[in-house]
Write a protein that binds this ligand. Structure first.
Ligand SMILES: O=C(O)CCC(=O)C(=O)O
Length: 285
């Protein structure tokens, strides 16, 4: 007599067009990476940038950093520089957003990050203290979520890429695995180390894919080196871009519809219907 589970699988035929043992990757991203994102809330992306794209981004970063940002998001700092635009559209960067959100992937927010060398950061803090007349302590952690919707399947992901690398005393990103699935406990101190935190480690060009709702924190750079990087949030196009009302910097757009959709200049459709459901809504379950 057939076992219960065999009977069940007879009764519910699998849809080979949707689920199958042969699915190993979606648009070039390992299913293991997507599963880890759903269960742990993050997945390392080693070697995300390399070669000329990495070198050109490093060569431009300091100049771009000096471009005054018009808002907290760095539309001018990033899209105003072709070398940094190239990071945003790099196929290795776009692979996971495209696997998750398909043609609906849009760049929702983006900014440069700089871990100043310890001495420069201390000097700047001293100047701020004397101007404001009060101390500006740097807490050990700044736990936050980039977006708050506690579900395994993200509506938005955050990609952080460290151009110089970031390890140990440089204060690399820390995450609390699984925190994208549960509310923060009452009384959680957002400025102190978390008992379940995991410290990541980045070589130059390495990145991390975060479920935007996972608790994460940057650390303090205690070295004499700079830690430069980019943070990019990608999500469904119908999530409003933070700086949608800002003009684009000169030269930041072109006629390529895929690029225009990515930066929010064009919408992928007239409404929110999904006529080709994404395969990622079923893989890994
Ligand atoms: O710098 C980091 O380690 C993470 C950056 C971050 O959390 C953010 O920009 O939201």
């Amino acid at each position: 007599m057939a076992s219960d589970s065999a009977a069940m699988s007879d009764a519910v035929p699998r849809r080979p067009d949707l689920v199958g043992p042969t699915i190993r990757s979606v648009r070039g991203v390992d299913v293991a990476t997507l599963d880890r994102l759903r269960t742990e809330g993050y997945a390392e992306l080693p070697g995300l940038l390399a070669g000329p794209v990495l070198e050109r981004a490093l060569g431009t970063f300091d100049r771009a950093w000096r471009t005054a940002p018009a808002t907290a998001t760095h539309r001018f700092r990033i899209l105003g520089h072709p070398e940094l635009r190239d990071v945003v559209v790099d196929p290795r960067v776009l692979a996971a957003p495209r696997a998750l959100f398909g043609e609906q992937a849009q760049l929702i927010e983006y900014h440069l990050i700089l871990r100043e060398p310890a001495a420069a950061a201390a000097d700047r803090r001293r100047r701020v203290v004397s101007r404001r007349g009060k101390a500006w302590p740097v807490p050990p952690r700044d736990w936050h979520r980039d977006f708050s919707l506690l579900t395994p399947d993200p509506l938005m992901v955050t990609i952080v890429v460290f151009l110089d690398g970031c390890t140990g005393d440089m204060g690399p990103t820390r995450v609390v695995p699984g925190s994208h699935l549960r509310p923060s406990p009452a009384g959680l101190d957002l400025e102190e180390p978390h008992p379940d935190e995991v410290e990541l480690s980045f070589r130059p060009g390495d990145g991390v894919l975060l479920h935007s709702s996972v608790l994460h924190s940057r650390g303090e750079n205690r070295t004499a080196r700079s830690g430069r990087g980019l943070v990019m949030y990608f999500g469904y196009w119908w999530i409003k871009q933070v700086d949608a009302a800002l003009p684009l910097p000169p030269g930041a757009t072109d006629d390529d519809p895929a690029y225009r959709r990515l930066i929010g200049e064009e919408m992928p459709g007239a409404d929110v219907h999904i006529f080709r459901p994404l395969v990622t809504t079923v893989v890994g379950r």
